[in-house]
Design a protein around this ligand. Structure first.
Ligand SMILES: Cc1cc2nc3c(=O)[nH]c(=O)nc-3n(C[C@H](O)[C@H](O)[C@H](O)COP(=O)(O)OP(=O)(O)OC[C@H]3O[C@@H](n4cnc5c(N)ncnc54)[C@H](O)[C@@H]3O)c2cc1C
Length: 488
């Protein structure tokens, strides 16, 4: 993408990497290189975020460390290095901008309300020093109010948003930003600036069982592998037992790969699989836009009428759901995948969220917060969107009574039980027919499978049909009389 303006050799910029951990096709970096003679790169392990994480074995922190190591290595090849800081970003950025004597700090837009407040604090601290804070759209193709309906209002329904998004798409919108820079343009800070050799230990964290690599090289490898399979995406995307999706959500979350590259290349491949996949990327932009226009959804229902729903707050039942001990194999497999890997297949996110909010009628906010703690790809806008959709209080165009039957979902999407066997190994001895509802197997079959229900694996914690009726009654009461709910 061509950016007007020649670099002024006397101007120095500081590129602040956040959720855009790459040196390629990065909007803010391209602008910094276009406008400044010399550009430093910085990453802050922000204590305002990290201090809130209770479990110091956090896969995301380990992943970030890998991503910034790649940036540092690539910057060193260009005669520079990444400055890594550990402190409050609101203090560190203005302080180091002053020490390095930069004219402007460059960053890409962050859309989460708390991060917007952080950026405003940084902007005003820099302004008081006579420096500027320049921010750019990078994380999405279309942001904020770029896609509105004919009345100039935000869309509330995905399909209409998708059609408008597709109509607005142009070659320019997906063109790559040139971040090559000129020789010597990446500035080398003095040795004593920042943490010397950043390690997990140095920032108070521990190693985890992270099973993926955080880097642009890894993201691109995964994407190219996926492009070979993209034609079948429409058929395979709902099957958790096979690798049918791209698994790129983590890379999108941390920005190790550019959204423009993904949309461009998938569109070049074309066909129904690629079209369906881009539709999913549009869901991501839809939820990003929803949070921007409806920030109340951080804690409250998108549809205000459903704020009256009397959600339950049953801690033992919630703990069983978190641990994957509900007695419904498909639900437990999903929760155990999340707990052991930090990822959960989209179909399972829907099934487990549905189970918590419909079968258990437990507050969707509890589930949303649990996912936030565990998901490697956790993104506030996506998680809120997914949870409110599943709880039927969000932007879903369907009526309120979408209640998934976990056994039917299991039979349909994990027909041979491969996914259940992987994450609930105690059920591995059950046949593909019985594994979805093992409590229905007779005692001889349970003995043959080597897993007695109620002893080696829990009995179902609720009867789905009774739970379904209770959920329907809960929604119906509120729909017919919005003031009726009281918190239970
Ligand atoms: C309850 C719930 C919570 C969720 N929380 C998150 C979250 O915190 N972070 C997150 O990135 N996604 C979230 N999702 C959406 C979705 O489950 C993941 O994006 C997807 O599973 C990632 O796997 P993938 O990269 O292989 O997806 P693919 O199928 O390859 O899709 C490509 C990309 O499209 C986007 N996408 C796919 N499905 C959805 C969807 N249903 N909604 C929005 N975007 C989508 C993602 O960016 C994904 O990486 C949630 C969904 C639900 C139902």
């Amino acid at each position: 993408m061509s950016i007007q303006c020649d670099p002024d050799s006397a101007t120095t910029g500081l590129m602040w990497f956040r959720r855009d951990l790459r040196l390629d096709d990065n909007a803010a970096l391209a602008h910094a290189l276009r406008q400044c003679g010399r550009v430093y790169g910085v990453f802050v392990f922000d204590r305002e975020i990290l201090d809130l994480i209770e479990d110091k074995a956090d896969r995301r922190v380990e992943l970030i460390l890998q991503c910034i190591s790649e940036i540092d290595r690539l910057l060193r090849q260009r005669g520079s290095r990444l400055i890594v800081l550990h402190g409050k970003a609101t203090e560190e950025i203005p302080q180091w901008a002053a020490q390095l004597g930069v004219d402007a700090v460059y960053a890409n837009h962050d859309y989460e309300p708390r991060r917007i407040a952080r950026d405003e604090a940084v902007r005003s601290a820099l302004a008081s020093q006579g420096r500027t804070f320049k921010t750019y759209k990078d994380h999405v193709i279309f942001e904020k109010s770029e896609i509105l309906n004919k009345s100039g209002l935000p869309f509330r329904v995905y399909t209409q948003y998708k059609n408008a998004w597709r109509a607005a798409l142009s070659d320019d919108a997906v063109a790559a930003f040139d971040c090559d820079g000129r020789p010597g343009q990446f500035a080398a800070p003095l040795d004593d600036v920042g943490i010397k050799d950043p390690t997990l230990d140095a920032i108070g964290f521990k190693k985890t069982n992270l099973a993926m690599t955080g880097s642009t090289a890894a993201a691109r490898g995964m994407f190219h592998d996926f492009l070979r399979r993209i034609d079948g995406y429409g058929e395979t995307r709902d099957l958790p037992g096979i690798t049918g999706t791209s698994r790129l959500s983590v890379h999108l979350r941390f920005g190790t790969i550019s959204i423009r590259e993904l949309v461009r290349e998938a569109s070049d491949v074309g066909g129904p699989g690629a079209t369906k996949w881009v539709d999913e990327l549009i869901w991501r932009e839809f939820y990003n836009m929803i949070l921007h226009h409806f920030p109340h959804t951080q804690t409250r229902a998108f549809q205000p009428a459903y704020e009256a729903l009397p959600w339950r707050h049953d801690e033992p039942q919630f703990a069983a759901w978190c641990d994957g001990r509900t007695g419904y194999p498909i639900v437990d497999a999903g929760m155990r995948e999340l707990n052991t890997t930090g990822y959960m297949h989209n179909r399972l996110r829907m099934i487990t969220a549905n189970f918590l909010t419909k079968d258990l009628r437990i507050d969707w906010r509890w589930g949303e917060r649990y996912f936030a703690r565990k998901l490697l790809d956790y993104d506030l806008s996506q998680n809120l969107g997914g949870w409110q959709w599943s709880a039927s209080i969000g932007t879903d165009a369907q009526p309120y009574f979408r209640i998934m039957n976990p056994v039917l979902q299991s039979r349909k999407f994990d027909a041979d039980g491969a996914y259940i066997r992987q994450y609930v190994p105690e059920l591995a001895g059950y046949s593909s027919e019985s594994i979805h509802a093992p409590w229905e197997a007779d005692s001889a079959e349970q003995a043959r499978a080597g897993c007695i229900i109620g002893k080696d694996y829990p009995s179902p914690m609720v009867d789905h049909h009774a739970a379904r009726a209770a959920a329907l009654a809960m929604f119906k009461a509120v729909k017919e009389n919005p003031g009726v709910g009281s918190r239970g």
